[in-house]
Structures are given as C-alpha cells and as structure tokens.
Ligand binder design. Sequence first.
Ligand code: SAM
Length: 342
Amino acid sequence: LHQKNHFAPNIVKTQTYNKLDLPPFRAGLSKEVLFISEMYQRGSTKLYEIWRREELALAYIAYYLPLNWLRALSVIAEGQRLGFFEDLERVIDFGSGPGTFQFAALESHLRFSAWSFIEHEKAAQDWHKRFLASLADAPTEKDCEWSRDAIDIDKAQAKQTMGVFSYSLNEMASLPAWAFDLEALCIIEPSTAEAGRRLQELRQKLIDSGFSIWAPCTHQGHCPLLTHSKTDWCHHRIHVELPDQVMELEKNLPIKNTSLTYSYVLARRMAPTPTQTPQARVIGDTLYERGKVRQAVCRGPEREFLSWLTRFGEPDPIERGTLIDIPDTAEIKGPEIRLPRN
Ligand SMILES: C[S@@+](CC[C@H](N)C(=O)[O-])C[C@H]1O[C@@H](n2cnc3c(N)ncnc32)[C@H](O)[C@@H]1O
C-alpha cells in the first residue's frame, strides 16, 4: 500500500537564496537568532526591533528568511499541483518583511502582473528592494508597490487578487477585513498549538464567508482537530536541504532543522477543481501502541486513524502530509480505519 498510492512531500531546497545580494554575515550571529526566537516565544510587543537593530535584521536575513522561504516553496508547490494560482493576477503580501514569499514565488516560476506589499518597517522594505534588484528576470520596483499600512482595494481587482500572510498573521489580532473580499488567500503560520488552532478557527470562518479550502484539507467539513480535540492542531512537516550558512549557524544553536514544520491554509472563493489525487491526508506521526500502530488521517469532519495490528507485521511509517487512498474495502472500527493487507 505505502509504495503504490500516495503522494509524499519531496525534499525542499532553494537555489535562488544565495543569488540575492546578501550582506556579509559575521560569525556569532546565532546569539541574535536565539534572541529573535525568544522574542517570538514570549510574544514580544517590540518585534519591530528586528528591523530597526541591524544585527537582528542580519540574523533574520541569515536564518529566518531562508527557512520561511523553504516553507513558502513547499506551500506554493502544493498550490501549483492543485491549480490554485490560476487566473490570479495580483498579490497583496501582508507583513512582507524582506520579500520572502515573493522570492519563493519567483523561484517557483509563479508569475503575477502586480505585487503590493504591506510592511510597516521601512528597513524591511529596503532589504526587500535591495534583494529584488539583485535578481535577474525578477519584477522591477516599478511592478511593485509598498505601503506601510492597509491599502485601498478595488472590488473588481479583488476578484483576481491573492492575499498572502507568511508568518505575519500571528503578529495581528485577526485577519484584516479587506482580506475577506479577495479571491484567494495563502496563509502560512508557525506550527505552534496556539497559532495552529487559531488558523483552524479562521478556516471555519473562511468557509462560513464563502471560501473553499484547497489545502491542506481535502474536504470542506468541520475540522476534526478543532471539534473533537481541545489541544491538537494541524501542522505540516517538510524535509529540507538548508543553505550552507544556515547549517553553519546551527552549529551554535540548540535548534537543528533537518525538517521544518508550519501550519497553512490555501483558500479561494472558487471551488477546487477535482484532482486525481487521493482524498485523505495523513495528519499525524506514526504512533506505536501495544499491539498496533496508528496514524491520524483526515478526510472529513470525523477524527480518524489508520491502524494496523502489529501481529500482521509492522507497516512502514507514512510521512505527515501524505495523501493516501482509502479503499472501500477498508474495515472501519470506530475511529480506526484498518487498511486491507495486500
Ligand atoms: C515574521 S515577519 C514575516 C516576514 C515575511 N512575510 C516572512 O515570511 O519572512 C512579520 C512581518 O510583518 C510585519 N508586520 C507585522 N504587523 C504588521 C502590520 N500591522 N502592518 C504591516 N506590517 C506588519 C513586520 O514588520 C514583519 O516584517
């Protein structure tokens, strides 16, 4: 079963990050990387300092920029597989920072005719402009507009516009009202319990406002992790190949990223086009229990698990995020789905 009918995520890497006009990174930046991580963890109200203090900005560019870029590459690849970006002309990237999402889009050959960036820190905008200028075949500053606060959105234009929130929604109380008028939304959030569950709630709000969820969910029903659990949250994991200087930084960090996690939602007003891919997504790691192996799977509003009795042999673990077929012949035992043995 595992070899035959599933779509597992690939290893994600960037070939463009090192082509940016990056500043020289001095040794010892890992201290600043940790300082930023602590700021996020304690919910600092002074996150703007990341862009106002140069040593922190350099740490962001050396470390958080490439990691969020890899996350965005993976979300974009899933969107491209599903045809999610079709007919979208314009992007409004909220909290665009140094341009992370735009660079991942360019690397993925995803083109839009207009880009608007809402970023209230001028230094972040300046880094973004510098990086953009260093890439051949990229939009020029002319095709892009920056503003520090909300922008006016023309209703007609909204129909072809995608709102992007890459690690920026967690710095706000809620999704801004104008975002509900857009045709498409791409939201990427940290994979913490709090941000993940907040995103699950927002997912329902989007469905109630007329959006369809294209990914990661394969259905439009209630989120089983929201309705059947008070603590669990949906998150995705990708395996990555890190740029050299991130590996160098990690030598002095307690964090080692051979994989990255995040929570995300791709939503559009248009309903998803049916695909040939399987309709259940593995949403948990492999759990080894007495006499059986279980793995959480999502295909509708019920909380379900794939399960195997170990007396018939142990299954190979399935990657979180894998799409899998559940044949009609599967045996359903309460929340457990016992897949037929080949
Ligand atoms: C964690 S960074 C993410 C940057 C980038 N999107 C990425 O994925 O790397 C969040 C960014 O949102 C910006 N930001 C937060 N709240 C904002 C607001 N209300 N208006 C405009 N920008 C905001 C911050 O200045 C920061 O650059």
